[in-house]
Write a protein that binds this ligand. Structure first.
Ligand code: FPP
Length: 245
């Protein structure tokens, strides 16, 4: 496959995206904000296919944060419907056919409607044996909440304070089987992390682009990977060939 000049030996193992700018994209076109989320879902599907083409094993997207419940009820309902009806029903089968394993990270608390949880579980179960790529959807997700939940789990297990180290916390994150992201992309010209994977991205390369998420396509993903490959990752060492400690 033509990798567009990218180095096939330095494809990031895990790419995570903050899909920002849906509202601004819609407003610019004179459309209601919700149309931006609909278009954002299309963009996500294209980017996921692009990740598959590049052979990226783990692709994670920030779909709904613990703070997003504060948005107007109509927008929250619309987002839940886009995620549950489009991603978890229609796209689910397409992604399954492509060999994509779908997983979720985030708090499964009372705010998430039961029917959404049910669809999430169904999609995860249907696709659990797929091996082409893991698409992780961060839903009702907050990075600080994830660390709090990990520490709570350790305390509940009765782990003594001296045994609580970085490895112990990492093992209690929402999905410890997912490697830390090598590359985090944020769209829409905002230079923030917004509580996304804050534990996991300690050594990630960050790429920011002005493209609004609904306009993001697989070419933009390639561009970000190109930028990633041009960087020199040292992980606090002097030798870029060594990994983090
Ligand atoms: C940020 O744009 C985006 C979100 C809060 C949600 C991301 C959701 C999607 C891309 C929809 C589909 C998702 C899935 C998983 C199917 P914003 O509304 O904050 O935009 P703004 O900053 O321009 O207001």
């Amino acid at each position: 496959m033509d990798l567009d000049g990218l180095d096939p030996h330095r494809i990031p193992r895990h790419v995570a995206c903050v899909m920002d700018g849906n509202g601004r994209w819609a407003t610019k076109q004179g459309l209601p904000r919700t149309e931006g989320h609909r278009a954002g879902e299309e963009a996500l599907f294209d980017a996921a296919q692009g990740a598959l083409e590049l052979g990226i094993p783990y692709f994670t997207v920030y779909a709904f944060s613990t703070e997003n419940w504060r948005r107007p009820g109509e927008e929250v309902r619309f987002l839940l419907n886009v995620i549950a009806d489009q991603l978890l029903t229609r796209r689910r089968d397409d992604l399954h056919a492509l060999g994509v394993r779908i997983r979720f990270i985030g708090r499964r608390d009372w705010r998430v409607p039961r029917w959404v949880l049910k669809r999430m579980d169904e999609a995860a179960r249907l696709t659990e044996r797929n091996t082409a790529m893991t698409l992780t959807v961060a839903f009702n997700y907050g990075g600080r909440a994830e660390i709090v939940d990990a520490v709570r789990a350790l305390v509940e297990e009765g782990v003594p304070a001296r045994k609580i180290d970085e490895k112990a916390i990492a093992r209690h994150l929402y999905d410890p089987s997912i490697p830390d992201p090598d590359l985090v992309i944020r769209t829409s010209g905002e230079y923030r992390i917004s509580n996304f994977l804050i534990w996991e991205l300690a050594y990630s390369e960050l790429v920011f682009t002005d493209v609004l998420w609904p306009d993001f396509r697989r070419e933009n993903l390639r561009e970000a990977v190109r930028e990633f490959q041009a960087r020199d990752r040292r992980f606090g060492n002097t030798d870029s060939r060594r990994g983090p400690d």
